[in-house]
Ligand binder design. Structure first.
Ligand code: CS2
Ligand code: MG
Length: 405
């Protein structure tokens, strides 16, 4: 069997997605997600100009060899653009292999370690009461775990709180340039303890609570936050501090027992190797689209398992249904799976372009048993939603210093 053609399709059914379609000479095709939010066209160029010509004529069944060829063969290894490009190809090759074998991808990984995949949903409000009322709505749908984010009094906007907008894309509207948002750790820390105090009082102790700090704190501020939240027994505190310097988490770890999660921005196992092997984190949140595909995620999961670190794959709105499907296959297989982030199966435009087969009920997801990833992509429908440049916000402290968004 040979790769005959590779198409890269960018569409915007409410937000931009980069979809890779690998077509074989046997007529079987596979799909992958290569979306890097705010830098989509860089991945398209990397794929079309530098990757696709090298793959035409290769055997799509040699997934590992193609992964190594694209990773080592580039000489310039790693980075979000390279690894998303590799990810899009890799997911498509796993999809093809499943279709050849007549098996869903989770069977190719090793079969089921669980009947269903536990999910956590989001609740973000303009006030603590608003956040908790949204959380109650999520719990009423049967979710057992919810991520709480609340607006910070005194700040115009806060991550994870989109008010009456549906998501960041809508927040940005047609801005030609990145929106800028103000951050104040001091104002945030004043709010966050009350949020979890009220949450435990109103939601009880049987629900798993999570929180995403989105890399806004310094290590010692993260340590302070972790200690402050210990009485509220969070499932995990996510991205409390940026970890380009993985030793940052030694500072946090020595001060708090609040479980720590990180990884959605990571694009290789090297980004998290020390965090995992020194057990500085409890959950690794790498995403198939950003970390190099299913091949890479399997490696990260197995490495993490040695150190009692569980997986909690990223599941944001900017990962396409193809990536979400890949995650549900990985989550179904991984012996050290923790929990899967879930932000819904997409609006009706997204569902018209991406035909996926995952059932979500009572806060858990059931993996597709269709051969491959179990997702299809309608290129004709995608044409109705052309690419529209958008950016993630840029964060600044109140004195104007650029900060971590
Ligand atoms: C967030 C993401 O879901 C999360 O945990 O960190 O929504 C993140 O803001 C986006 O993926 C950025 O594109
Ligand atoms: Mg996050």
């Amino acid at each position: 069997m040979k790769i005959k053609e590779i198409r890269i399709v960018v569409c915007n059914p409410g937000r931009n997605f980069v979809t890779v379609k690998v077509i074989t000479d046997a007529g079987i095709y596979g799909l992958g997600d290569a979306t890097v939010n705010g830098r989509e066209m860089a991945v398209v160029a990397y794929l079309e100009e530098h990757v696709v010509p090298c793959l035409i004529g290769r055997d799509p069944q040699n997934i590992e060899d193609i992964w190594q060829y694209l990773y080592k063969g580039a000489y310039w290894r790693r980075g979000p653009i390279t690894m998303a490009a590799i990810a899009g190809i890799d997911m498509a090759l796993w999809d093809i292999k499943g279709k050849i074998a007549g098996l869903p991808v989770y069977q190719l990984l090793g079969g089921k370690s669980r009947k269903s995949v536990g999910l956590y949903a989001h609740a973000g409000g303009l006030t603590i009461e608003d956040t908790l009322s949204k959380a109650k709505g999520v719990l009423d749908q049967g979710f057992k775990a919810v991520r709480l984010q609340s607006a910070v009094p005194g700040l115009e906007t806060t991550y994870g709180v989109v008010g009456d907008k549906k998501d960041y894309y809508e927040l940005q509207g047609n801005r030609p340039l990145p929106p800028e948002e103000q951050w104040s750790t001091q104002k945030y820390l004043q709010m966050v303890e009350e949020l979890f105090f009220e949450a435990r009082k109103q939601l009880g102790t049987n629900v798993s609570l999570l929180h995403d700090v989105h890399s806004r704190l310094t290590p010692i501020e993260s340590a302070k936050l972790g200690k402050m939240l210990e009485p509220y027994n969070l499932m995990f505190l996510e991205d409390s501090s940026i970890a380009e310097n993985q030793q940052n988490y030694q500072v946090i770890r020595q001060h708090t027992t609040t479980p720590l999660a990180i990884g959605e921005t990571y694009n290789s196992i090297w980004d998290c190797k020390e965090l995992i092997q020194n057990q500085l984190i409890d959950y690794i949140r790498a995403a198939a689209t950003h970390a190099g595909g299913i091949t890479a995620m399997r490696r990260i999961a197995d490495f993490a398992a040695i150190y009692n670190v569980r997986t909690a794959p990223h599941g944001a709105p900017d990962l396409s249904p193809i990536c979400f499907a890949a995650h549900i296959h990985l989550d179904t297989w991984a012996p050290n799976f923790g929990i899967q982030e879930f932000v819904g199966l997409g609006n009706e435009q997204i569902q018209s372009v991406f035909d996926q087969d995952i059932k979500v009920t009572n806060g858990v997801a059931f993996v597709s048993d269709k051969p491959g990833l179990g997702v299809d992509f309608d290129e004709e429908k995608a044409k109705a939603y052309p690419y529209k440049r958008s950016y993630l916000p840029v964060s600044r402290l109140e004195d104007g210093t650029v900060w971590n968004w």
